[in-house]
Design a protein around this ligand. Structure first.
Ligand code: FDA
Length: 292
């Protein structure tokens, strides 16, 4: 219930105006969003962590904003080290306006990224964008075979998706939105996650295991061993600000550990999804609003 309410708040323009203009929100934002992206990337890579960087923004409704998002990514690519990844939301590139526009914008980012030794991963968003996401991903892969895509385990067709994504870079996550027909109970989502993980680990995809869940992390490492994948055959991914000690521990063990680092002013919807994931976060956030 609370999660649904928070996700509804994440789409409310009125709540956004109130919350994002409050100076009291700043500490909470800083926990999840990089304020100096170049410094954060340097600090993480020095500690042996890989990065995927997301320029915040989504659901753009005009071509100018979509073009601005592309320009931001092209600038970002100038400061990323080889081996980094960028995470891209197709609704920031104009998917709601036209699939072709989102494709053209994503292709421009992929071309620039390839020249820098950087990969691109397409985030998964609201359920009504998933068909477009996979259509654009399939089209991009013809020229850029290493472009990755996210699969949300809460969608009942996630297993089928994984089966079709042989050879691709696939980031598997639980899913941060709501969708009609989606698995809702944590147990059902976890079971779906494990079914997908089995297919990805046993197949030809490159699995990117995006979770902070200790049980799922253990299952992933066990499956990797059983399927004969060495440390270069898959990677863990976690969000900036979430379980940083575990991120450091996995990197210290020699695993490929990639941190998803968002930056930019348009952090509202992203932050609300993080708060929705964990009621304790919400309490922390509300306390920070009233304790000043
Ligand atoms: P779960 O929510 O069960 O959390 C497990 C444990 O992790 C918690 O008990 C807590 O300790 C810690 N934790 C989790 N979230 C936390 C938070 N916000 N703050 C503090 N602690 C927290 N989703 C999507 O729909 N589309 C996408 O493209 C992506 N992309 C993506 C990339 C990467 C790298 C990650 C890690 C996640 C995503 N997600 C996503 C989000 C994902 O779907 C999911 O909502 C979150 O990862 C939380 O789920 P967990 O698997 O971590 O489990």
């Amino acid at each position: 219930m609370l999660r649904q309410a928070m996700l509804a708040v994440s789409k409310s323009g009125r709540a956004e105006r109130v919350i994002s203009t409050s100076p009291l929100t700043r500490d909470v934002v800083k926990r999840y969003v990089a304020d100096d992206i170049a410094a954060v990337i340097t600090a993480l890579t020095r500690r042996g962590l890989l990065v995927t960087v997301d320029h915040l923004g989504e659901e753009v409704r005009d071509r100018e904003q979509a073009g601005a998002a592309v320009r931001e990514y092209l600038t970002l690519l100038g400061v990323l080290p080889a081996g980094a990844d960028v995470s891209v939301k197709l609704t920031a590139l104009g998917l709601r306006l036209s699939e072709q526009l989102a494709f053209d914008h994503a292709a421009a980012i992929c071309r620039a990224a390839a020249g820098r030794g950087v990969t691109v991963t397409l985030d998964a968003e609201e359920h009504d964008t998933i068909r477009g996401l996979h259509a654009v991903h399939a089209a991009l892969r013809r020229e850029h075979p290493d472009v990755g895509v996210v699969v949300q385990a809460y969608l009942p067709d996630s297993l089928e998706r994984c089966e079709k994504l042989g050879g691709a870079r696939v980031r598997l996550c639980k899913g941060a939105y709501t969708a009609p027909g989606a698995y809702r109970s944590p147990g059902d989502v976890d079971r779906s996650f494990v079914r997908c993980l089995r297919v990805l680990m046993a197949g030809t995809a490159y699995p990117m295991v995006a979770t902070h869940d200790p049980r799922l992390l253990r299952i992933a490492s066990t499956l990797a061993v059983l399927d004969g994948r060495d440390v270069t055959g898959f990677e863990y991914q976690m969000l900036y600000g979430v379980r940083p000690e575990e991120q450091a521990r996995l990197a210290g063990l020699g695993a490929q550990m990639r941190v998803y680092v968002p930056y930019g002013d348009d952090w509202y919807a992203y932050l609300m999804r993080r708060l929705a994931e964990r009621p304790r976060n919400l309490a922390f956030f509300l306390r920070s609003l009233v304790s000043r």
